[in-house]
Design a protein around this ligand. Structure first.
Ligand code: URP
Ligand code: ZN
Ligand code: ZN
Ligand code: ZN
Length: 472
């Protein structure tokens, strides 16, 4: 057989195996795994490189409005460009339902935002902010059938949060339809109470974002979300877990027999609340929710990665510009931390950080790296085995990693829309030196090969986590 492309002599890594092989690519798919493949239009020499499934980042915010005229720093063009630079071949972004809006209307808006702009493949989770009888009874079941098989609900943020009865109703629809629900767990009422006390005491600096969102507020909400899921009898994903106590809630729910997926993010390994207390107002650059905690929480999150409490390592990329009057440090945010938009950039740094800090430092093996950054995302969000692995018939979404490449992170390198990275100056070992999406080279070195976007929208099956679970 003559291939379009052959990747020669690399060390191929999946979530379970590591082996030296050539990869033959035909029509965007992997057509052969063997040694000695030579007949191809293009030969890529991968000697000395790891050949991994492209990263899948299943938690990315792009081009979402944040109220108050605040604008996100990445649209689908710049956000997916940065994703590609960081070795990702697919991102799952959020489609935000506005209050009073139907899900179909919301999807129309987000498909228009993404259409023709993406450099990697994309798919949408639906954020449910207005779970009316019509939305849950009619729209959502039809949309799950159409391949929109995952949702996110918020227990925090004024205007976004759902009450417990609304979460139960949403979980119930998920159970009936086979959708997978991601839950943002923080107790909004406790946070509001603490913000009130901080205001009485005249505490308005960025660092108080962390003290008004304590571990107990995350642990309590995590416990509550897990209890609500148990009552409905439906699997859920606990997203962006920041500390040991929330992890222990997940462990206990699993011991009770619940099917739960857990996610953590680079910020909970690499940052602490002290970063919010930098000179001037620079701490605002690190404001995200849940907030980064302390060294003990970082160690706990590493333990969760090593021991399998976490299935997913995602970026929660949510970029704002620091120099923008309608960005991270707007006039209101300068006066009071509660108006600093939540979220930090990270779609390009997620994989290199876990590769360097996790694999190269011997905390996890490279198969676990692949599982946590690609394979599990594909399985949990209904894209496996089309995506998330290197196997015959799978999309040729492939990242070539040079484990010896040393990189000092700079904002410029990342090619996102934000004007800073929380990881400026961080020294890393290992970098994705080439990315293919469906067989086509998207990045080489630290550059996009073409400015022409060729990403596609990916419809999805039901999650592996719900597939084996009783519906009705
Ligand atoms: O601070 C964060 N994480 N912002 C993004 C929205 C979310 O909660 O995931
Ligand atoms: Zn969240
Ligand atoms: Zn508990
Ligand atoms: Zn998020």
């Amino acid at each position: 057989m003559r291939f379009d492309t052959v990747i020669r002599n690399g060390t191929v890594v999946t979530a379970s195996d590591t082996f030296v092989s050539d990869i033959g690519i035909k029509d965007g798919r992997i057509a052969a795994l063997a040694l000695g493949l030579t007949e191809a239009d293009e030969i890529i020499d991968a000697t000395g490189l790891f050949v991994l499934p492209g990263g899948i980042d299943s938690h990315v915010h792009l081009d979402q409005p944040s109220g108050d005229g605040i604008v996100m720093a990445d649209d689908f063009a710049s956000g997916t460009r940065s994703a590609a630079i960081g070795g990702n071949s697919t991102v799952l972004a959020f489609c935000m339902q506005e209050k009073g809006q139907s899900l179909r209307e919301a999807l129309k808006v987000y498909h228009e935002k993404a259409e023709g702009k993406c450099h990697v493949d994309v798919s949408f989770h639906l954020v449910i902010t207005d779970p009316t009888a019509e939305v849950l009874g009619q729209e959502l079941p039809a949309l799950v059938e159409d391949g929109y098989t995952s949702l996110k609900v918020f227990m925090t943020y004024e205007g976004l949060r759902l009450r417990d009865d609304e979460i139960l109703a949403t979980l119930d629809t998920a159970r009936r339809t086979g959708a997978l629900v991601m839950v943002h767990c923080e107790n909004e009422d406790a946070i509001r109470y603490l913000i009130g006390r901080h205001e009485e005491e005249g505490k308005f600096a960025p660092k108080y974002h962390a003290t008004t969102r304590p571990i107990a507020a995350e642990r309590e909400a995590t416990h509550r979300a897990l209890s609500l899921a148990e009552i409905v009898d439906v699997p859920i994903v606990i997203v962006h877990v920041s500390n040991r106590e929330a992890m222990e809630e997940i462990r206990r729910a699993r011991q009770r027999g619940q099917k739960i997926a857990g996610e953590t993010c680079p910020q909970y390994l690499m940052l602490t609340a002290d970063d919010l207390d930098l000179e001037g107002l620079d701490g605002a650059k690190f404001v995200c929710s849940p907030p980064p905690r302390d060294k003990a929480s970082q160690d706990a999150c590493w333990e969760g990665i090593e021991q399998g409490v976490f299935d997913l390592f995602s970026s929660d990329h949510c970029p704002f510009r620091f120099d923008d009057p309608e960005g991270k440090l707007n006039e209101k945010g300068k006066r009071h931390f509660r108006w600093i938009p939540n979220g930090i950039p990270g779609v390009a740094t997620r994989l290199p950080i876990l590769f360097s800090e996790g694999v190269m430092k011997g905390r996890i093996d490279i198969n676990r790296f692949v599982a946590m950054t690609s394979t599990n995302h594909a399985k949990l969000y209904g894209m496996y085995p089309q995506k998330g692995t290197i196997a015959i018939g799978s999309d040729a979404d492939i990242a070539l990693w040079d484990p010896e490449r040393r990189v000092t992170l700079t904002n410029e390198l990342l090619q996102h829309g934000a004007d800073y990275t929380p990881y400026e100056g961080l020294e890393l070992r290992g970098w994705p030196v080439r990315l293919l999406v469906r067989g086509q080279t998207i990045t080489e070195g630290h550059k996009l090969r073409s400015s022409e976007p060729s990403g596609r929208y990916q419809t999805r099956q039901r999650s592996k986590l719900v597939a084996a679970h009783p519906r009705s």
